[in-house]
Design a protein around this ligand. Sequence first.
Ligand code: PAF
Length: 279
Amino acid sequence: MRTFTTKTELQQYLAETRTNGKTIGLVPTMGALHEGHISLIQQAQQYCDVVVCSIFVNPTQFNDPTDLEKYPRPIQSDIEKLEKINCDVLFNPPVTEVYAGNEQWHLNIGELESLLEGKSRPGHYQGVTQVVCKLFDLIKPDIAFFGQKDYQQFLVISQMVKLLNLPVRLIMCPIQREPDGLAMSSRNIHLTATDRQHALVLSKTLNWVKENFDSQKLPELKKSAEAVINNVPDVELDYFEIANGNNLHPADQTTNNVIALVAAKVGKTRLIDNVVIRD
Ligand code: PAF
């Protein structure tokens, strides 16, 4: 695997790759790689000749400084994992290589960035679009791969690509889960053994809502889901929404594309999860 920490060296390498007619796939990550990331890279390997994984804990998408500080950064084990699956390129820049000082610009991609996650984490999606825009500009991937766990992030980035006419195709890959249903996340390592048990209520409730979608009224379904989650000790529900999968507005029984999304603090760790109900 080739590892680059500077833009110039990465660009030189990718320019040669392109001259040789090879397609480039990008899997942007913040590291602390788990099976979810690995599946994105494997998917990218199916579609593209050269796969670039970026590991960059992007400071501008954290609205909570403690969250940024606590974010896991096990770079050595990440490198081993990437080497094991034959990832071609790792881009692992320092903050100064990505941001020229205190950059104040952001993209306004509309209401999607202020709903649900955007409402709970103001500025989060401005930070995400800022860094993903920079990565797309630098790497110019043919295809970029993102996980469904961050469903809203995928919609936000799709909107950015559409508004700016960026020449990149986006592919969303399914959520990878632990055998008991917990969605894989870099933040799971912060869960205590008890938190870990409590956290299962999220995926269980999402599945329960999916199973009962056709037989119950939506407001009641949502209320029951909220009550079940609120009943678990040390779980603080942020939102549970049954939404239109295109715009994240609340769904009704006639909506074609329906997704249930949840965010909750389990112990001290904030988790998100979702399940597609109707595609
Ligand atoms: O999903 C993530 O890990 C991050 O939000 C991303 C897309 C790598 C941007 O920093």
